[in-house]
Design a protein around this ligand. Structure first.
Ligand SMILES: [Zn+2]
Ligand SMILES: [Zn+2]
Length: 236
């Protein structure tokens, strides 16, 4: 069955995410757009994951627990998990391997922690918009070891992509799905033989504002509407 989804959305926890990117606003907008599932993928953190999953459950929208990690090499990758607990364990690992720097709100923006009813629960103090000390390969290994899916993000963008940071796509048998930003950008990389066509290519919004969440356009074929089934597909 076809599952229409947007697997790369930032909440108000990401300093660059709009303060209106609250759990309820995100899931309601995704529902309005006709999506079946979304992933909330904040920079180096999952502090709003449980709230978004819960808000999604209330309106019948599947929310995949996730994070957008920034590796030691300045590469962004989506890390998607089949449960909130797994996402939070991964967050522990990431937090232990991040420089202890405080966020500068006035420079980078607020990092809001909210509950599933959009109530303010606090602010994440650590600077999330920074590289972790975890390498691309180690991050991939850790995610896959926890049964998750590791998806290099916006590979055709000029910044924070595996191609711009390393100059090539490292061979890694655990990576089956790759995210692109524009079709033109993806074709360019394929034409330049910087990436082969064997991957599953997905397009997500990387939304930082509500209006940017994807329309009902991109889908993946899954056996059933379950988190496990989606992760399995992304890893096959
Ligand atoms: Zn990114
Ligand atoms: Zn992003």
């Amino acid at each position: 069955m076809k599952l229409y989804c947007d697997l790369h959305i930032h909440s108000a926890l990401s300093p660059c995410g709009d303060d209106d990117m609250t759990p309820q606003n995100i899931v309601n907008m995704a529902k309005l757009k006709g999506l079946d599932a979304i992933a909330v993928t904040d920079h180096n953190s999952c502090e709003n994951t449980a709230a978004c999953v819960e808000a999604g459950k209330r309106i019948g929208l599947m929310v995949i627990p996730g994070m957008e990690i920034q590796t030691r090499e300045d590469i962004h990758a989506l890390c998607l998990f089949s449960s909130v607990d797994k996402a939070l364990s991964f967050q522990d690992y990431v937090y232990k391997n991040m420089p202890e720097i405080k966020n500068k709100e006035e420079l980078f923006g607020r990092q809001l922690i909210l509950n599933s009813k959009d109530e303010y629960m606090g602010t994440c103090e650590r600077m999330l918009l920074t590289s972790t000390l975890i390498s691309f390969d180690d991050a991939c290994y850790a995610v896959c070891n926890m049964g998750g899916a590791f998806i290099p993000a916006h590979i055709d963008r000029d910044g924070f992509s595996v191609i711009t940071s390393l100059g090539f796509m490292p061979p890694n048998s655990n990576i089956k799905t790759v995210e692109y930003h524009t079709m033109e950008g993806l074709y360019r990389l394929i034409k330049m033989k910087l990436i082969n066509e064997d991957y599953r290519f997905i397009k997500s919004s990387d939304a930082h504002y509500l209006g940017d969440i994807s329309e009902r356009e991109m889908y993946i074929n899954v056996e059933s509407f379950s988190l496990e089934s989606i992760i399995k597909k992304l890893n096959s």
